[in-house]
Design a protein around this ligand. Structure first.
Ligand code: NAG
Ligand code: NAG
Ligand code: NAG
Ligand code: NAG
Ligand code: NAG
Ligand code: NAG
Ligand code: NAG
Ligand code: NAG
Ligand code: NAG
Length: 885
């Protein structure tokens, strides 16, 4: 115990007394990263045990957590001491006064009086800063590792201004304060400097203020001052250099600290860009600035958009006095204007034609990237058209003016008192210099009208000229009708007359050589929107064409001509007995020597009996057939011919033998013009004073059917009310005249029986080898009595009469096929009956049946078969069937 106490006393004594019993730890290296570090020593030397970090010269960091060095690792002759702390390394801060505790290898005695500067110690790494400070100063944020491990903490040494220090913001004692992220307050200043985070002065980090920036320039031509606005110009002129196009400027001041420099007495007669550069305390601007001495535009001339135009721009600085080959590029609207020449105050350029023209187009003159200034905002407007005068001649208007452009996109508008609608004319003839144009004047009701001219723009607004007034000096008339020969009136359209009409404007005409004139009606509008006036003048009796007349209205006199109206026939009347014909109509004239009458192409003027202007009677000649009547009067032809049709003529009732009633009641009348319409000449047939039914009617034949079956018929004919031929007709007893061979095929048997008065058939049958095949029969009629139905060599059996003329025909048929070649045909009429031996002929059906007419085509000998009669009937109805007289 005593020994121990003695040892302890000895130990304490040794510390106090001898002081430096532990040697200064002399490191040879340090290895570190953000989260660890170890310091290396020679293995036999003293080594650190822990750190006592100080917040300032006198006071240790009380809040710091315990720390120690683990120096147990010895490799070879090197001892590696790794540092441990309960705090994160970002909290490893302390002033340069911080102490190191150390011990000797041989003794556990710790001595804590050693300066931190004696150690190899982690230094600043990963240094980054938020921004460079402006010359006006300001805060910057610096991040990195071990920023404050050997200095500060609230001030940072810099080489700026002889090692002054900058303030570091923040409370380092606050355990949450991040020493790897500090805010430094940089005072106003300029140029390059260095940071020394470590107060030993080792490890300097270069830094600088922000480079000067030019944001705008302004030249005051009056004071010859060029102001340069920007930043980081600092306050001390002696540190600032200003260059214009590499030429150092000396006459300047810093007119606003940091942000504005004024260069004085800038005498720059030339135009275009200069490059401005500023250097502040050796720091150049990152980008030089281009200042423009711009051209000045005061006025711009105009051009027509259709001709290549020379534009003249007036202003200042329009020509480079220093470099005459320095030429500008000029734009007007979005078009280039080709530079021609310029002097300081005037520039000329050539603008290509521009279909669209344009109004208020911006103008820019650019020298080397320097756009012009245009304080009065002058613009170019393609020239508006102007009208200076206009004249009318021979139907055409000529306008004189300027800038008419191309006719394709222009129009002229006519308007004025009395011209209701604005009249647009786009058929214009424009001269190549665009200074005159002509157009055909449309017919207007008034002689005086206003004109303006519009050049149409596809883009932008149209350009309309001023308005001028023009007179169409010459009155114009247009004859619009042909007066009747007598009591005629002439209608005349009047154009270009005074508008409005005065009541005294009453025109007159003088026809031919007449010494007297005729008043016309006061001109008036037919419709309120008519484009002309009309007047009506009565004409003297006359004939022919191209009659000269003088038209007079106020002081205007116009010569014109008219033709009389053509003759026309409205109707005709036949005299009793049709000895002569009277035509009623107009404009026949009253002189036989002027009228010519053609009938069917033949001149029958010599047959004229009487003539008045409305009535013409000619003698009827027997040779006349229906045909056109054509009249000319003094050479004037009819516009449409009159078709003269003669009344019907009935030749007679032409039934067979003039007494037979055909086919159960048909009566045939022959004649000509039988189709005459109208009650006046209607053809009518009565049988026993009763009406009959028309079966067939054409110009030459009329077939009617009498409904009356009395055996005697009194037949009479009429034309209108006039009685024509008549006859007494008789129904004959049935008579068979033709028995052809019976046709037999798979469809059955058929037979056509020709004869007279066959309408009363009661029963028909064919008897073959004691079988009785009954037949059904239809009556068919031949419509002409003299028609030969069969040739004269019919295949009749011996006991039949050969009568070639038949009017009636029975078409009989049965569905049964008969297996015989002969039989007996039995026909029963009410009063009589017939039976005939007949041959039965088998007909082969055609191999390839054209179904409907296969049967007729098979029938042989070219003989007209009875069943074809209906075809005949139809033909007769449809055509003019000629019969032998
Ligand atoms: C050091 O810091 C302590 C505590 O903040 C303070 O009391 C002392 O005055 C400071 N010493 C010096 C020399 O600044
Ligand atoms: C530094 O601190 C600021 C303010 O607290 C923070 O916004 C920023 O993210 C920090 N930077 C780094 C790298 O930690
Ligand atoms: C500009 O800065 C200088 C130097 O700091 C100072 O003397 C002067 O008053 C400042 N001028 C203005 C207008 O602030
Ligand atoms: C700016 O101008 C200066 C002097 O006129 C010149 O030396 C420098 O190269 C230019 N800098 C740039 C970025 O053009
Ligand atoms: C109109 O222009 C054409 C072509 O330039 C010219 O020949 C003509 O004489 C001009 N007419 C008038 C009336 O000026
Ligand atoms: C120009 O005139 C044309 C033709 O009359 C017309 O169609 C067009 O609308 C006009 N344009 C303007 C902007 O008035
Ligand atoms: C041209 O005439 C037309 C028709 O009267 C009219 O509408 C238009 O306003 C006129 N233009 C000018 C510019 O006078
Ligand atoms: C027309 O003929 C009838 C009968 O012959 C005759 O009386 C009459 O005078 C004739 N008319 C004319 C105008 O000749
Ligand atoms: C009518 O007669 C005239 C004179 O002969 C002739 O020129 C004209 O062609 C005739 N008209 C007709 C439609 O036949």
């Amino acid at each position: 115990m005593e020994k121990k106490i003695i040892l302890l006393i000895l130990f304490l004594f040794s510390i106090f007394k001898s002081g430096h019993s532990v040697g200064r730890p002399m490191s040879v290296d340090v290895i570190f990263d953000e989260k660890s570090f170890s310091i290396t020593f020679e293995s036999f030397r003293s080594y650190p045990t822990r750190l006592i970090l100080y917040q300032n010269e006198t006071t240790p960091r009380y809040e710091m957590a315990p720390n120690y060095f683990n120096c147990s690792l010895v490799i070879g002759n090197r001892r590696h001491c790794s540092f441990h702390s309960d705090e994160p390394f970002s909290r490893l801060w302390g002033s340069i006064e911080s102490k190191v505790c150390a011990r000797e290898v041989s003794s556990p005695v710790e001595e804590c009086s050693f300066d931190l500067s004696s150690l190899d110690y982690p230094f600043v790494t990963n240094l980054k800063y938020s921004n460079k400070p402006k010359t006006s100063g300001g805060d910057i944020v610096i991040t990195g590792n071990y920023l404050r491990s050997r200095g500060g903490p609230n001030h940072i040494l810099t080489t700026f201004d002889y090692m002054t220090s900058f303030v570091v913001k923040g409370n380092f004692s606050d355990p949450s304060f991040d020493c790897n992220n500090i805010t430094v307050v940089v005072p106003p200043g300029s140029g390059y400097f260095e940071f020394a985070f470590d107060e030993t002065g080792d490890n300097l980090f270069p830094f600088s203020y922000e480079s000067p920036k030019i944001s705008s320039t302004f030249f005051d031509g009056g004071y010859l001052i060029l102001s340069i606005n920007g930043d980081n110009f600092f306050t001390d002129k002696s540190l600032v250099e200003v260059y214009f196009d590499d030429i150092k400027q000396t006459n300047f001041i810093i007119s606003v600290n940091h942000t504005q420099i004024q260069v004085n007495n800038v005498n720059r007669p030339d135009l275009g860009p200069i490059s401005i550069s500023v250097k502040v305390n050796e720091i150049p601007a990152e980008k030089n600035y281009t200042h423009c001495f711009p051209p000045l535009i005061i006025s711009v001339s105009s051009v027509s958009n259709y001709s290549d135009g020379i534009v003249t721009i007036q202003g200042d600085k329009l020509f480079s006095t220093l470099n005459s080959s320095f030429t500008p590029s000029i734009t007007i609207g979005n078009k280039q204007c080709t530079y021609i020449k310029s002097n300081t105050n005037e520039l000329k350029c050539k603008l290509d034609p521009n279909q669209n023209g344009g109004k208020n187009l911006p103008v820019n003159v650019n020298f080397g990237g320097c756009n012009s200034i245009n304080p009065h905002s002058v613009t170019l407007t393609y020239n508006t058209p102007t009208l200076s005068s206009g004249s009318y001649s021979n139907g055409f208007v000529t306008l004189i003016g300027t800038h008419f452009g191309k006719n394709e996109e222009s129009f002229v508008q006519l308007y004025g008192n009395g011209i209701n609608d604005n009249i647009k004319i786009d058929q214009l003839n424009v001269s190549s210099d665009e200074k005159n144009l002509t157009f055909k004047l449309p017919l207007l009701r008034c002689s005086t009208f206003n004109i303006n001219f519009t050049r149409v723009k596809l883009v932008g607004s149209n350009m309309t000229s001023n308005t001028i007034s023009i007179s169409a000096s010459s009155l114009l008339i247009n004859v619009i009708n042909r007066p009747n020969l007598s009591n005629g009136s002439l209608n005349i359209e009047i154009y270009y007359m005074d508008c409005p009409i005065s009541s005294s404007s009453q025109p007159s005409i003088t026809v031919g050589n007449s010494s007297s004139s005729t008043q016309c009606s006061t001109p008036s509008l037919q419709y309120s929107n008519s484009s002309f006036y009309v007047t009506t003048c009565s004409t003297p009796y006359g004939t022919g064409i191209n009659k000269q007349f003088i038209f007079q209205l106020n002081s205007d006199t116009i010569s014109d001509e008219y033709s009389y109206a053509p003759p026309n026939i409205e109707n005709r009347k036949f005299s009793k007995g049709q000895y002569n014909i009277t035509f009623y109509g107009n404009n026949f004239g009253n002189s036989i020597s002027y009228i010519k009458v053609y009938f069917n192409g033949n001149d029958i003027s010599s047959e004229i009996l009487t003539l008045t202007n409305n009535q013409l009677t000619i003698k009827t000649l027997n040779s006349y057939e229906n045909g056109p009547i054509n009249i000319t009067v003094d050479g004037i032809k009819m516009e449409s011919l009159f078709n003269l049709k003669f009344p019907p003529v009935i030749y007679g009732i032409i039934n067979k033998d003039n007494k037979t009633i055909a086919c159960g009641g048909f009566i045939t009348v022959s004649g000509k013009n039988l189709l005459s319409n109208g009650d006046e000449f209607k053809v009518k047939v009565l049988a026993n004073y009763k009406n009959t039914t028309i079966i067939v009617q054409n110009e030459k034949i009329l077939i009617v059917r009498a409904d009356c079956k009395e055996s005697q018929l009194s037949v009479s004919t009429y034309i209108g009310e006039d009685l024509g031929p008549n006859a007494i007709l008789t129904y004959l007893k049935p008579m068979i005249t033709v028995i052809p061979t019976i046709k037999n095929n798979k469809d059955g048997i058929s037979i056509s029986v020709g004869g007279v008065s066959l309408s009363g058939i009661i029963y028909a049958s064919l008897v073959v080898s004691s079988t009785n095949v009954s037949l059904s029969c239809n009556l068919q009629c031949s419509l002409s009595p003299n028609e030969t139905l069969y040739d004269s060599n019919p295949k009749l059996s011996s006991n039949e009469t050969d009568i070639t003329n038949s009017t009636d025909c029975l078409s009989c048929h049965s569905n049964s096929f008969v297996n015989e070649t002969s039989g007996v045909l039995y026909l029963q009429f009410s009063s009589t009956s017939f039976h005939y031996d007949v041959k039965i002929e088998e007909i082969q059906l055609p191999l390839s049946p054209p179904s409907s007419n296969g049967r007729s085509s098979k029938l042989s000998g070219g003989q007209l078969q009875v069943f074809q009669l209906f075809v005949l009937v139809i033909l007769l109805v449809l055509s003019s069937f000629t019969i032998n007289q």
